[in-house]
Design a protein around this ligand. Structure first.
Ligand code: FAD
Length: 498
């Protein structure tokens, strides 16, 4: 059997793994990355993202250091609320209902800005996030702490990092799933890889960085941890994130951490691929403009308050509610007053769209219980209250007296043509993973580190509970990946026997 020997093996090729490998490789360590999928399916969930990335940019000047292409005149036309480390930390704590480990949340928020500048040094380019502003008096008014995305979405991000990895001489084995981690005398000593090209081999190394995702693409584990209805969820990203890394870490003594019955999810086109289609990346199937319209199930009934809040605060929850409906199906419906306000995903040829001139015709084409549906629309229209409609703020224009009221942005559903978009729930990633500290070191049940074992990205447990502030999946991968690489360098400076 051939003998393979590296300083560090990084498992996975998503953003966290690439960040870890690049950081570890900075000092000339011998780095191997192993990827379960073939080369044309590399990059994990990171490849599928919209590229939105959250960082504590501070103010406009901080932003301009990230986005090189911003001219002075463009900057003048931007209204941007300040966003500090404290704001970012506060957002993590708010959306996780204070469940996030303060040390991990603090590490993510405090390292986010220097890490995004480091990403830039690795060749990643950034631009303004067109989904996070509205126009007012000729200015782009940003909201929500997320004004930045990577150029060419997730594809641009991972391709830039792969290019740097190649430049740095990092080896990458494709179709080579890591199977288990080897521990000798309490320290990591290698990783078993089942490689198409190299066979079943033990790669000897003193450190392993696990950055191979959660268990979102594993039906059985979804059903076990999240609940039986999750078996049928669409997987929005990589088909390979089946929880291997978590199992490998637990086998060598790492502790579980985080919310195992929690995940991030999104309403997605009913006809989207069952797992991410690598020829159609860029997050094109999500459907999140429902605060402007109504959502009904196959029985023709509404089941959530579409206008409870801005989409960022409700889409994860409503995705899950959709899973509870017959056939895990619902329809977002819009009339012509609002159709032009929908996000651009609704205009793509991949979007499943039903169009009709009358509400009756719409019901027939949707295949919902027609009489019920017509009753729902009639009751809703009668319950709509007067008020000023303004999709840019929570306008309080609501219905009154319904079992489920719409509490903002309630316009009558009355101007044809009418549109319906069938949707279901797509899982993004799972929250329960492995216990790590802010050095990305994997910890055992007693909080002691396992020498040589690190975890990053979706494999960091105890960071996100219930939800996450949008754009933090990528930033967490970058911060904890880079951190893992940094501490591997420090660890490997110690002689092997110590
Ligand atoms: C459609 C979609 C849109 C999203 N949009 C955004 C966004 O705009 N902003 C944001 O911040 N987050 C977004 N996210 C979330 C974000 O993608 C993730 O949080 C983040 O990319 C996770 O990075 P990672 O490196 O931990 O995992 P991944 O990028 O998923 O990488 C895991 C890698 O491990 C590999 N692997 C798995 N098992 C093994 C094994 N046994 N051996 C070897 N390799 C293995 C996989 O093939 C994969 O390459 C989105 C996710 C999806 C699915």
């Amino acid at each position: 059997m051939a003998n393979y020997n590296y300083d560090v093996v990084v498992v996975g090729t998503g953003n966290a793994a690439l960040s870890a490998a690049l950081s570890a490789g900075e000092d000339g360590l011998k780095v191997l990355m192993v990827e379960k999928g073939p080369k044309h399916k590399r990059g994990g969930n990171s490849f599928f993202t919209d590229g939105a990335i959250r960082t504590a940019y501070g103010d406009k000047e901080g932003l301009s250091r990230i986005i090189d292409s911003l001219s002075e005149s463009e900057l003048e036309k931007i209204e941007l609320p300040e966003y500090t480390e404290e704001d970012y930390y506060g957002d993590i704590m708010k959306v996780t209902q204070e469940k996030s480990d303060p040390a991990l949340a603090g590490h993510l928020s405090s390292k986010s800005y220097e890490t995004i500048l480091w990403m830039k040094e690795q060749g990643v380019e950034f631009q303004l996030n067109e989904n996070q502003y509205f126009e007012r008096d000729g200015k782009k008014v940003f909201w929500g702490g997320l004004p930045i995305k990577t150029v060419n979405k997730g594809i641009g991000l991972v391709e830039a990092l792969f290019e740097k990895a190649e430049e740095r001489g990092i080896d990458i084995w494709y179709e080579s799933p890591a199977v288990s981690v080897e521990k000798t005398d309490g320290k990591i000593s290698g990783v078993h890889v089942d490689s198409k090209e190299h066979g079943e081999v033990l790669v000897e190394c003193r450190s392993v960085i696990l950055a191979c995702g959660g268990f979102e693409a594993n039906k059985e584990k979804r059903a076990k941890h999240l609940g039986p209805q999750w078996e049928n969820a669409v997987v929005r990203g990589s088909e390979y994130n089946t929880g291997d890394g978590i199992s490998m870490a637990l086998e060598v003594g790492a502790a579980k951490a985080g919310q195992y019955d929690g995940c991030h999810a999104h309403t997605t086109d009913y006809n989207s691929p069952r797992t991410g289609d690598y020829s159609k990346p860029g997050d094109i199937y999500k459907k999140s403009s429902y605060p402007l319209g109504l959502i009904v199930n196959v029985e023709g009934e509404r089941f959530v308050d579409e206008g409870l809040d801005f989409r960022n605060y409700t889409y994860a929850k409503y995705g899950k509610e959709t899973l509870k409906q017959t056939d895990q199906k619902a329809f977002q419906i819009y009339d012509s007053q609002v159709r032009h306000l929908l996000r651009k995903e609704y205009d793509l040829e991949e979007a499943t769209m039903i169009k009709a001139d009358t509400v009756e015709e719409l019901a027939e084409k949707m295949g919902v219980a027609k009489e019920n549906f017509l009753q729902t629309i009639k009751g809703y229209n009668e319950a709509v209250q007067d008020g000023d409609y303004n999709p840019g703020v929570k306008d309080g224009k609501s219905t009154k007296g319904l079992d489920v009221d719409k509490t903002n942005w309630a316009l009558k559903f009355e101007e044809g043509p009418f549109y319906a978009y069938p949707v279901t729930c797509g899982i993004t990633f799972t929250f329960g993973a492995v216990k790590v500290n802010e050095r990305a070191e994997a910890l055992d049940e007693n909080g002691e580190k396992i020498d040589g074992l690190y975890a990053a990205g979706e494999m960091v447990g105890d960071l996100f509970h219930h939800n996450y502030p949008g754009g933090s999946g990528l930033m967490s991968g970058s911060v904890f990946g880079r951190t893992a690489g940094d501490f591997v360098k420090e660890y490997l400076k110690q002689p092997a026997g110590i």
